[in-house]
Design a protein. Sequence first.
Lengths: 202, 197
Amino acid sequence: MNAAQFLTIFISAVFVHNVILSRFLGLCSFVAISKETKPALAMSMAVMFVITMSSIITWFIYRFLLVPFGLTYLRTISFILVIATFVQFVEMVVRKTSPALYRLFGIYLPLITVNCAVLGVAVLNVDMFFLDNKAVPGSFYYSLFQGICVGLGYGLAMLLMSGIRERLELCNIPKAMKDFPLAFISASIMSLSFFGFNGFRF
Amino acid sequence: MKKYFQEFVRGIIKENPTFVLVLGLCPTLAVSTSVRNGIGMGVAATFVLLGSNIIVSLIRNIVPDKIRIPCFIVIIATFVTIAEMMMKAYSPVLDRALGIYVPLIVVNCMVLGRAEAYASKQTVIKSFFDGLGMGVGFTLALILISGIREFLGAGTLLGHSLIKGFHPVFLLGMPPGALLVIGLLLGFFNLLKNRKA
């Protein structure tokens, strides 16, 4: 466990393998909610929180439940159940304790259950930081850090995209290209620019 | 019989999951680098869709309304796990190529969407044909996208090179190319729809 490794995870998760623009996870929410900056920001906050928490929870489940009992093939089913339950729980807590917070991002919480980015990061953590069903040294911190960074990458892509789409609203574009097609083409150009970080080596 | 055939065809053209409903795009874009991967993903997703549609339709009168979504997710996850293990056993190469996108079929909005919107309200046979149609539509869309990307991005189709001296556009094989191709295709299909209307 050293600082260089953390830096690599950061650059990789935020820029080079950006969860939306390079791994294509969470694309549905990306094109659906990125029309304006405010909801996009709220959604990103909610996703960041859920991804970070679910990275922690799924790591413990995998390390202390699935690996010792040889049940690693139940990975998919157990992760998705835990994530769904956790999101439901957070939604209930937020609604009871803070109506203001609930109005801000509560409505996006149910959507996050089926956001592939959350399950994707959990699976990715397990793939990357467990070798032959054994946790690599410091794998918990790596998983946690990767969770945070992927959330940041999601927020970054979301913010940039919503800024672009707010501008596009004012432009005169062909009818057939409105909404989805143009959103994808702008995302493609953004993805191309993020691709430039590929040369980073430590 | 004609009724069932209509259910089947609807998923392929009129309600194509990728181009009309714009559902389940994550795997579509990520694995469409070659036609072989596209077909593998399509077959796996079709298997999961068929299985989940049948079981969801079978238990539609037993499951209480409040907990139906978690139940659907468990059913879908079961079939995804089966598909994952089969793929690991019979085609390790494909399994490595598709990577994390096989377990991610669980959260594919298309599968849960069909379970919730269709199979939980219709008979088993109808749900079967709906799942089959949606699966075939999804596979065909994947073949179209991956065909374009593999041909222009690597100069090959299913691993065979077609034109001698063709200089591939590497960009199309990479993530930006996927977004570009899907954007242009969606625009093209919109154009066709507007012409017709």
